[in-house]
Design a protein around this ligand. Structure first.
Ligand code: AKG
Length: 354
């Protein structure tokens, strides 16, 4: 396998690496304005790695101003300089339709470009999307163009036809094989090392509570990728709800003994939130653990999916009112670790806290 040449700084020692190291030092001292200023100078001097670092920060306002349009300009300038990471990031933006019109064909073109330039992420995504799996990885020089052309987007966006009703009131459904085991592994890879002790939202603010001992990770547009965007598109097709009404998706992780005690997902009237969280979608990324069932105590239901299955439910009743029967828990895991991909869906365009 070829080595991925574009890990920041790794092959740039000759040019901007010392200054990028200085950016790291400034960040380490929480001098974020200075770090951003230095990145601006490096990017202005034509350094593509600095353009990507700055672009990613400005995309999400992480220790930087929130300036998505400037971020896209920077990333495109880096793409023109053949930066692999910039191409991979642009693929995610085009797939998600984030700060630009959604364009799947452009997303795949960017992935191909990123893969050809050596982005490990773009390569992994393209191999997964093309269904090439391990055989593809074993090839000395995969044909990225051919792989890009073999991606069957329609199949990725079409959810499984079989749905099993688990309960009618509240409406709870299970669909088998929503995602392949390889896709589940990929998603776990995106969350591993990033999950942090989870907080609980009580309608006013988020805080650590004894009710919730698991960890989570919210994807932003930098942490997500084309695979995540396609999963959301597939959820949209399954639930018949638009992606623009979806909150940022989350990874949930439970180590042995960890749990999420009985709670509701609906938040209507909560401080600062517009609208209601009307549906919850949970994708089971693994099944080699014990315990950890999803329990709805008010209707006496306990369920869990196998790897790749999903369970989804409505948090409101047929008249759109918060449904008190949707009280639910993630029971304690007794052995192994449990990984879920979770997506909440709103009754309107999701604008976050405002
Ligand atoms: O982990 C589980 O099984 C439940 C997750 C859950 O209840 C939630 O995300 O609201």
């Amino acid at each position: 396998m070829q080595t991925a040449p574009n890990v920041h700084g790794a092959l740039r020692i000759g040019d901007a690496a010392p200054s990028l190291r200085r950016v790291q030092e400034l960040d380490g001292q929480a001098q974020f304005d200075e770090a951003v200023e230095l990145l601006r100078r490096l990017a202005g001097g034509g350094d593509a790695a600095a353009m990507v670092q700055l672009g990613r920060r400005l995309l999400v306002g992480h220790n930087a101003p929130f300036e998505p349009q400037e971020a896209i300009q920077l990333l495109m300038m880096a793409v023109e300089r053949n930066d692999a990471d910039a191409a991979a990031q642009m693929a995610t933006l085009a797939a998600a339709g984030a700060w630009m019109p959604q364009n799947w064909s452009a997303a795949l073109d960017f992935l191909q470009q990123g893969a050809e330039l050596g982005s490990a992420s773009a390569r992994g995504q393209l191999l997964l999307l093309a269904g090439a799996g391990r055989q593809g990885l074993a090839q000395p020089a995969p044909n990225w163009k051919a792989l890009r052309e073999s991606v069957d987007l329609a199949a990725w966006m079409s959810p499984p036809a079989t749905r099993q009703p688990l309960c009618e009131s509240p409406r709870i459904r299970l669909a088998r094989d929503f995602a392949s085991p390889q896709t589940c592994q990929w998603l776990i890879g995106l969350g591993r090392g990033k999950v942090k002790p989870a907080m609980m939202y009580d309608g006013k603010s988020s805080r650590f509570t004894a009710e919730r001992s698991n960890s989570d990770y919210f994807f932003d547009i930098v942490g997500a990728d084309v695979v995540v965007a396609l999963i959301r598109q597939r959820i949209s097709a399954l639930l018949k709800m638009p992606t623009f009404a979806m909150e940022p998706p989350q990874m949930l992780h439970y180590a042995p003994g960890q749990e999420l005690r009985a709670h509701y997902d609906h938040i209507g009237g909560a401080t600062g939130y517009a609208g209601e969280r009307i549906a919850t979608f949970l994708l089971y990324l693994n099944d080699d653990y014990e315990g950890g069932e999803l329990e709805f105590p008010k209707v006496g239901l306990r369920a869990r999916g196998n790897t790749g299955d999903c369970i989804y439910f409505s948090n409101v009743d047929l008249s759109g009112q918060r449904d008190k029967l949707t009280l639910h828990s993630g029971l304690a895991v007794s052995r192994g670790e449990k990984w879920l991909f979770s997506q909440w869906i709103h009754d309107r365009t999701f604008t976050g806290m405002n």
